[in-house]
Ligand binder design. Structure first.
Ligand SMILES: Nc1ncnc2c1ncn2[C@@H]1O[C@H](COP(=O)(O)OP(=O)(O)OP(=O)(O)O)[C@@H](O)[C@H]1O
Length: 206
């Protein structure tokens, strides 16, 4: 997958969050979008994903050298982000079944293998509303990493995770972040993005 940003800008009302962003994202590489709180990382990620339109500029999406419409991009990415909610009434197993109705499982991993990856066999029939914030974050990350999509978007991936959780995330990166995937991480914490090949500073586009 290739995503080309040409002179992209986004404003809310009269305030420009970023402008003149020229950048190319390519499969097989990982990118970190960096900046302080409120600098516009999530906004840029949402523009890249097509969830938010840019105020100016063009974005082109190429999948195996064929252009795809912005309306179709959602089929090709998986996202873990603080603003993405899980359905709290579902149990863990129901969550996996529901999610993988829409996205293909990576390596055909079955529910039992996914629950093992989460180390949550004891909680598989528990509703997510009874999960701790760290457990929910692990579920979000697992759903994103284990969906077979060429584009993986991660916004604050280790929010709510303790040291063990951070190491678990880094294992996911090693296991499922490669294989010619395009990975984009929004962060302001080095341990979340130190594996990335390139860094984009939102402050450079003010
Ligand atoms: N829907 C919106 N309407 C108006 N302003 C918005 C909207 N969404 C975001 N903003 C503003 O855009 C700016 C960038 O927000 P954004 O969430 O992209 O920052 P961020 O770098 O991801 O922050 P954080 O590190 O805290 O997650 C902020 O000033 C925010 O208030």
């Amino acid at each position: 997958m290739k995503i080309l940003l040409e002179q992209i800008g986004r404003r809310f009302n009269r305030e420009w969050i970023f402008k003149h962003v020229d950048y190319t994202f390519e499969s097989g590489k990982s990118y970190a979008i960096l900046g302080i709180n409120g600098s516009g990382k999530s906004t840029l990620l949402q523009v890249i994903s097509g969830a938010l339109t840019s105020s100016i500029g063009n974005i082109t999406y190429l999948l195996e050298n064929k252009q795809i419409d912005v309306e179709e991009v959602y089929k090709h990415f998986s996202l873990a982000a603080p603003y993405l909610d899980l359905i709290e009434e579902f149990t863990l197993l129901e969550t996996l079944d529901f999610h993988f109705n829409f996205k293909k499982r990576i390596n055909n991993l079955n529910n039992n293998e996914l629950v093992d990856l989460l180390d949550m066999q004891k909680s598989k029939n528990k509703q997510l509303k009874y999960f701790s914030s760290g457990m929910k974050q692990r579920v979000k990350l697992l759903l994103a990493f284990c969906s077979d999509t060429p584009l993986l978007l991660l916004d604050e991936p280790t929010a709510n995770l303790d040291e063990q959780g951070i190491n678990w995330y880094l294992d996911l990166v090693k296991s499922f972040g490669g294989n010619n995937r395009l990975v984009i991480v929004c962060s302001n914490q080095a341990h979340e993005y130190s594996f990335c090949d390139e860094q984009i500073l939102v402050a450079d586009y003010k």
